[in-house]
Design a binder for this molecule. Structure first.
Ligand code: DMJ
Length: 451
């Protein structure tokens, strides 16, 4: 599948950000500030791990010869960080090839103007030409930074400091941590919108899905990546998880455990596909919880993952919708056609991978295989993989996009689900939120990959 996805991209869209498999051309999008080749950078580590050597060399050659950083558009700080910086860092750590290290650092420097705000909380958009920054227009009328965006820089920025010797990257993310640690949190919860000017929350919407998700992920992974020395991250993670359990967690009448969304005390009884990463996260964090909570978190992780599987199992295609609800007798299904699409997202197979590593219960491989079969049946086209508009229709209406995270995450997590546990051992690696592996900073330097 990876070979086919890569070769299709190479044939029709090499150097563009994404492949459009139906029109057989490339698409640049507007998130990357004029940078190209997002699929190349996002694919490097997956190709390398799968030992697709020729394909990896093609990707590497493109980075060496054609990946230019002298671009001048507006970029998403978050997307450039998780896809480009994350992809380059992993490629460096796996191979030791300098080109990846150097380009990661140079690109990291281009992101720094995003942090020029009164609080040091970065804005979401950085202008590569002028060095100005702004918030997304949709984020409380351009007034807010987004928790999942400014909260998902920590892992990459610490590695940028480690690989460059430049403290500025680490200082930026330590400051974000400080702001978040010190601010008052309603019921211990972290709302999704924060003003980078005043440092105040701008709206009381809390979600483990979109807008919040990877902030929580980066707390537990900061703890793990620090070789369990970053106590602050550990404490913030378990405190946040307790608040989520108290205020957002629910069990449906049909017995399905889910994490709802919270709006100032009122719950939306829905889970986004994005929130399905949380089964894996809770499993990953279970081992370091207080002893009396460990079994509970393992069970909670399994229950949430089961619910996410149900959202797949209850569709006609056996792929899950973008969001699913628990309302008036209908459970784990989308209630509007506008939420019925599947865009090759990874979060459910990501949780299967973590749960497999933790339990070795064959059910997770069976569920992963169901996804493989469904992808082959409904998402494979003649010229690459595509998302579909409606998971409840057996006649696929393709969306004409092979997302970069399909190659970075979905296929990588599926591959790891069917690999031995020492393939990127969780003792030695953490995955950034785009599934790019970064090494744990063991004090004796052990446990590293190729580099
Ligand atoms: C990816 O870019 C990352 O996993 C991000 O954290 C959330 N969205 C997509 C995949 O669905």
């Amino acid at each position: 599948m990876m070979q086919f996805a890569w070769q299709s991209y190479k044939r029709y869209a090499m150097g563009k950000n994404e492949l459009r498999p139906l029109t057989r051309d490339g698409y640049e999008g507007n998130m990357f500030g004029g940078l190209s080749g997002a699929t190349v950078i996002d694919s490097l580590d997956t190709l390398y791990l799968m030992e697709l050597k020729e394909e990896f060399q093609e990707a590497k050659a493109w980075v060496e010869e054609s990946f230019h950083l002298n671009v001048s558009g507006e970029a998403s700080l978050f997307e450039v960080n998780i896809r480009y910086i994350g992809g380059l860092l992993s490629a460096f750590y796996l191979t030791g090839e300098e080109v990846f290290r150097i380009k990661a650092i140079k690109l990291g420097e281009k992101l720094l103007p995003a942090f020029d705000t009164p609080t040091g909380i970065p804005k979401g958009v950085v202008n590569f030409k002028s060095g100005s920054n702004r918030s997304w227009g949709w984020a409380m009328a351009g007034s807010s930074s987004i928790l999942a965006e400014f909260g998902s820089l920590h892992l990459e920025f610490l590695h940028l400091t480690q690989l460059s010797g430049n403290q500025v990257f680490a200082e930026k993310v330590r400051n974000i941590r400080k702001v978040l640690r010190d601010i008052d949190k309603p019921f211990g919860l972290y709302p999704n919108f924060l003003s980078p000017v005043s440092g105040n929350w701008m709206q009381h919407h809390v979600s483990v899905g979109g807008l919040g998700d990877s902030f929580y992920e980066y707390l537990i992974k900061s703890w793990l990546m620090s070789a369990k020395t970053d106590m602050e991250a550990k404490d913030m993670y378990y405190e946040a998880l307790e608040a989520i359990e108290t205020h957002l967690l629910n069990v449906s009448p049909g017995g399905l455990t889910y994490i709802a969304e919270w709006r100032g005390g009122i719950l939306d009884h829905k889970m986004g596909h994005l929130a399905c990463f949380s089964g894996g996260m809770i499993a990953l964090g279970a081992e370091d919880a207080k002893e009396e909570k460990r079994a509970h978190y393992r069970e909670l992780a399994a229950q949430i993952t089961k619910t996410c599987h149900e959202s797949y199992a209850r569709s006609d295609t056996k792929l899950g919708p973008e969001a699913f609800w628990f309302n008036s007798g209908r459970e784990a299904v989308a209630t509007q056609t506008s939420e019925s699409y599947y865009i090759l997202r990874p979060e459910v197979v990501e949780s299967y991978m973590y749960l497999w590593r933790q339990t070795h219960d064959p059910i997770y491989r069976e569920w992963g295989w169901e996804v493989v079969m469904a992808l082959e049946k409904y998402c494979r086209t003649e010229a690459g993989f595509s998302g579909i508009q409606d998971v409840y229709s057996k006649v696929p209406d393709h969306d004409n996009k092979q997302q970069t995270f399909f190659l970075a995450e979905t296929l990588k997590y599926l591959y790891l689900l069917f690999s031995e546990d020492d393939m990127l051992s969780l003792e030695d690696w953490v995955f950034n939120t785009e599934a790019h592996p970064l090494p744990v900073s063991h004090s004796d330097g052990s446990g590293r990959g190729g580099a």
